[in-house]
Design a protein around this ligand. Sequence first.
Ligand code: GTP
Ligand code: MG
Length: 136
Amino acid sequence: TEETLVLVKPDGVARGLTGAILARIEAKGYALVDIRLVEPDRETLAQHYAEHEGKPFYEPLLEFMLSGPSVAIRLAGNRVIEGFRSLAGTTDPTTAAPGTIRGDFGRDWGLKVQQNLVHGSDSPESAARELAIWFD
Ligand code: GTP
Ligand code: MG
């Protein structure tokens, strides 16, 4: 089996969508191995988003992620990394396919794609690295 890191980002928690998002994950059949409400500090977020350091959206992204609690989830199942990314939909919630989390619950609130509700690791290497950051 495989594991991935999912985050319900501050917009998802603030809008009261945690339950709806978890319902989709559970209905798909993945197993919740661990779940916690987190209020990460700047250093944790800088580690998590190291690949984006220097990009124009990096500072606003960190500020957004510091704006309120997130829910961190350790999720397990065969091919869960690609499976959750499929459930989440593409990065931009305006154009993410209907039927996906971002497509059904997300939109542009003024910052294009920043508020897109969830994060999911994008490879086995990312999943191992990110799970160590959020759960160790
Ligand atoms: P994650 O699962 O959150 O990693 O999303 P992703 O893999 O679909 O996107 P990516 O890793 O490229 O970007 C990480 C996060 O940065 C996105 O989910 C957005 O919240 C934010 N982001 C990415 N691109 C932009 C951008 O062009 N503008 C802004 N404001 N935010 C962005
Ligand atoms: Mg990413």
